[in-house]
Design a protein around this ligand. Structure first.
Ligand code: NAP
Length: 260
């Protein structure tokens, strides 16, 4: 299926690995020029090189930096000042007990998972409106729909972003600029494996046992493949997806048990 976005420009934040990388790949496969970001320059260079090799007609730019900082965002926007497509992503906050979190912990989580996407939307959305095309996808979490107790920082920050976007996305859609969120359940990425390693250490089991138990409890009996996530992202960015806005789309193998 040709999504009709060949030649468009995308800024894909936090994309050297995992879900962000899969989004960059799926967009590049559609002929979209991508600017990729991550803090670690080496992994970013490797990911960008792989995309250039696979899609030689696509321009792939890489910007090493922390997207949750003012400088990181400025560098990303300097490389890709007027994206047609913006994929907001960053690492998730750490787990813990809310009694231990300081105001600074909260500010850090809000900065990363709420205010950074809002800043990037603010910097790009008006030009999208002028050009009558824009697709913004925020990578949030299934925790927006069903909070995870130990991830209070994530629950709070991401739900704040979701509330803001719910309003704005109804204002921009008239101009063919959509804003949606993809809510990952468990996807097989470094983050998921890192969390499993931590849980195994704390509970005296092995990471493999933790991972197997988590797969078994999912209705699909497996983790999501990042490629599946990237394809869903590309679909939302498609030329004919202009009637989908303000949505929070779960990709969780059916783990959320509600009817709606
Ligand atoms: P991942 O495999 O650890 O990849 C994270 C990517 O983001 C890496 O490229 C990382 O590179 C980059 N990154 C992290 N913090 C960054 C920052 N401040 N600035 C720029 N780049 C940054 O993680 P993932 O599984 O793809 O997760 C992506 C998002 O989805 C996270 O917010 C996560 O909490 C959320 N999520 C994931 C799952 C899941 O099962 N995988 C489930 C629910 C929610 P550097 O470290 O080099 O910067």
């Amino acid at each position: 299926m040709d999504l009709g976005i060949k030649g468009r420009r995308a800024l894909v934040c936090a994309s050297s690995k995992g879900l962000g990388r899969a989004c960059a790949e799926a967009l590049a496969a559609e002929g979209v020029h991508v600017t990729m970001t991550a803090r670690g320059a080496d992994a970013l260079a490797t990911a960008a090189a792989a995309l250039r090799k696979a899609y030689p007609d696509v321009e792939v730019l890489e910007v090493a930096g922390d997207i949750t900082t003012r400088e990181g965002r400025a560098a990303a926007l300097q490389a890709c000042p007027e994206p047609d497509i913006l994929i907001n992503n960053a690492g998730g906050p750490p787990p813990g007990n809310f009694r231990d979190w300081t105001r600074d912990d909260w500010i850090k989580a809000l900065d990363a998972n709420m205010l950074t996407p809002i800043e990037l939307i603010k910097a790009t959305v008006d030009k999208m409106i002028e050009r009558k095309f824009g697709r913004i996808v925020n990578i949030t979490s299934a925790a927006v729909k069903a909070p995870i107790d130990v991830l209070g920082l994530s629950n709070g920050a991401r739900t704040g972003l979701t509330g803001f976007v719910a309003g704005l996305s109804r204002k921009t859609v008239r101009h063919n600029v959509t804003i949606n969120a993809l809510l990952p359940g468990p996807f097989d990425t470094d983050r998921l494996r890192g969390v499993a390693a931590g849980q195994a250490k704390a509970s005296g089991t092995t990471p493999e046992q933790i991972l197997q138990a988590r797969m078994n409890e999912n209705p699909a009996g497996r983790f999501g493949d990042p490629e599946e996530f990237g394809l869903a992202c590309a679909f939302l960015c498609g030329a004919r997806s202009g009637y989908i806005t303000g949505q929070n789309i779960l990709l969780d193998g059916g783990a959320f048990p509600g009817t709606l």
